[in-house]
Design a protein around this ligand. Sequence first.
Ligand code: NAD
Length: 346
Amino acid sequence: MMKVGIIGCGKITEVRHAPEYNENPLCQIAGFYDVFAEKAEAMAQQYGGKAFSSVEEMLASDIDAVSVCVANRYHAEISIQALRAGKHVLCEKPMATTEADCEAMVEEARKAGKYLMIGLNQRLAKAHAKAKEILDSGEMGEVLTFETHFSHPGPEGWTGMANSWFFDKKTAQFGVMADLGVHKTDLLYYLTGKKIVSTSAALATVDKRYPDGRLVDVDDNAIALYTLESGAVGTMHVSWTNYGAEDNSTKLYCKNGVLRLYDDPRYSLIVEKRDGTVVPYELDQLTSNKEQTSGGRTSTGIIDAFVDAVVNDHQPIISGESALHAMKVIFANQRSFESGRAERVE
Ligand SMILES: NC(=O)c1ccc[n+]([C@@H]2O[C@H](COP(=O)([O-])OP(=O)(O)OC[C@H]3O[C@@H](n4cnc5c(N)ncnc54)[C@H](O)[C@@H]3O)[C@@H](O)[C@H]2O)c1
């Protein structure tokens, strides 16, 4: 039985971490911490465990692991503190706000001999997992070009706060380019198995405003043109200003046909072969932000995967190390926007 503490009691804890740990029979929630004590108390009342009065108090207890579900700026500091205290860590995405911090988290996990997992749940979505299996089998041949999208109406609908920290550069560091873009950047790397070697990114703030009418500090739209180490080129388009239905689709154009992922309301994966055959898979549908905030929920698998890694003592499937590449691309996107040129990913 694994004992877990949850740090940060906002939306992602409410809709994912707390209910998914609670439903896992191999796990017990030891308690919660939030800078706003009443939020930790409300969670403890609903799910059991105690409301800790500080991160230190939680880390001094007999928990095995923590979930780090706070605003981006505090991910590295709290994750490193927990690893040093000998706890396994599941940290939400984006991993951290500087490249040095991302690397320090991975190094600290290595030194502590503890597991660090990052909440890049898109890898576990059923159609993505099936596409990975098909691509790895070689039947579709090499990926030649691709397009991936992730867009919704923005984080204010998610957190329910018009003046969300997601808009504050000091606390969030990134806008939609990393908030949604890190999921899709990581997904491209995961599916193709190829690193992104260069990027040309356009970031813009066109519509998101603070309650006083000023445009927010961070980008609300971003497009990146990626080149993979194989030479394949393609695009990632992410947006917080899609006021229609959420778009979470990816298309991979391969030598032997096309994979369409979450591009159809019924079939989450459609394989179109070059010889004209079409194989539709009715697997799952991704739960949109709108559905999650109105109580709809399907397990993302992320919590179960973390519990399994801790209980059975093996590297988590989305280790900190494997999440580093997507973060390096995110920082290269930022550099490309600032320089106005294509940038290499180190
Ligand atoms: N994997 C995903 O798809 C996904 C989806 C949504 C959010 N997230 C990530 O989860 C994290 C939290 O997002 P959210 O939507 O829950 O935001 P939120 O604003 O709803 O919740 C954040 C909570 O953390 C608390 N907090 C902030 N700084 C803290 C600190 N230093 N110590 C303790 N508590 C602190 C706040 O009081 C708040 O209760 C973000 O990094 C976000 O990017 C991931």
